[in-house]
Design a protein around this ligand. Structure first.
Ligand code: G4F
Length: 323
């Protein structure tokens, strides 16, 4: 019989790639969709697989819907990807962020414990939980201290810890993937990689003359979402529940990212990129570079995209859009 997977946050970048990956492995895929007043585009990332998956309106903050879906589906695997995923916006909506990212995760976990206790549970934990902690070798790993610097990171840290607590207290198969930044053509354009690429393409066409950004000196370890959803699945196939860093081990500043993208389009970023304090954060996470040796050794996970091939794919996608 086909395994059943329930994905919260299925309409997002990771949710949609994960659904495609699980379908390719023969899973029956169920997804929770948060109702939005603008239906257009809301499920556009799922367009190609819509007839193959089962979706239901729900929200991780609404326990009754989670329980109802959990009881009906009784999934073998639960992937909790639903979140308010934008770090800067979490400073504007800290309570909503905590409700969704912290209590929402607890709601899904508690519902799994109550109605599908044998299910393997995946929590989308984040490198934002580390804050500005870095090990002496310049990396972050599973054992690095977590001292978050944003409401988003604080809420994610609660979810991370409650997953570990439920694992030990109730013997649940509950695991955390500590994912570093991951991008793709499906990344929303208010995250920095998509924003830079989308606007650099517009500039190259003469449709725009400036790109306003915030902090250009922070550094991120950027991988590709498609590689990272494979890791999510592998984490739940492991013999025991555990926590894994998923990263590339390479880091670049936002400035370098601009330089590379503009160069690929035949432009000099220094002529177009300006800073606007509006995009700065009250507290910034300055540096991320993950050590994913544990995932490589235990799960035999390796990324297939390079930094360059990821950028090229994103540039192609934005270049193909009519303007
Ligand atoms: O693309 P970002 O908004 O991603 P951020 O904040 O690192 O968060 C992403 O990665 C986390 C994993 O560590 C996830 F948990 C989270 O859900 C999300 O996917 O910003 C990246 C960097 C930051 O340092 C930011 O200050 O880019 C800098 N930046 C500079 N100008 C900007 C801008 N970020 C955005 N979004 N917009 C700007 O104009």
């Amino acid at each position: 019989m086909a395994k059943k997977a329930l994905i919260t946050g299925i309409t997002g970048q990771d949710g949609s790639y994960l659904a495609e990956h699980l379908l390719s492995l023969g899973y029956e895929v169920y997804g929770l969709i948060r109702r939005n007043s603008i239906t257009e585009n809301q499920q556009s990332r799922l367009d190609s697989i819509a007839p193959l998956i089962h979706t239901e309106y729900g929200d991780v903050s609404d326990v009754s819907t989670i329980d109802r879906v959990m009881m009906r589906v009784r999934p073998d695997e639960v992937y909790n990807l639903a979140a308010q995923s934008h770090v800067r916006i979490s400073f504007d909506v800290p309570q909503y962020t905590a409700q969704t990212n912290a209590l929402g995760a607890l709601n899904v976990l508690e519902s799994t414990r109550a109605h599908s206790p044998g299910a393997h549970f995946y929590q989308a934990s984040s490198s934002e939980m580390f804050g500005n902690s870095v090990d002496p070798d310049g990396k972050q790993r599973e054992t690095t201290r977590m001292v978050p610097v944003s409401p988003y990171g604080c809420a994610k840290l609660f979810a991370f810890n409650i997953v570990r607590n439920y694992r030990r207290s109730y013997n649940l198969f509950a695991s955390n993937g500590i994912l570093f930044n991951h991008e793709s053509p499906r990344r929303a354009s208010n995250f920095v990689t998509s924003k830079i690429i989308k606007n650099a393409v517009l500039i190259s066409r003469g449709k725009l003359d400036k790109l306003e950004l915030g902090n250009l000196d922070s550094q991120r370890d950027w991988g590709h979402s498609k590689d990272y959803v494979r890791a999510m699945h592998l984490i739940l196939q492991h013999t025991e529940p555990d926590d894994f860093v998923i990263s590339t081990g390479q880091t670049h500043s936002i400035r370098e990212f601009c330089e590379i993208v503009f160069q690929k389009l035949g432009l000099d970023y220094r002529k177009y990129v300006v800073q606007n304090p509006k995009y700065m954060r009250p507290e910034e996470l300055r540096f991320l570079c993950g050590d994913c040796s544990k995932a490589k050794a235990t799960l035999h996970w390796t990324p297939t995209y390079t930094f360059d091939s990821m950028i090229d794919e994103m540039i192609r996608q934005w270049s193909d859009k009519p303007t």
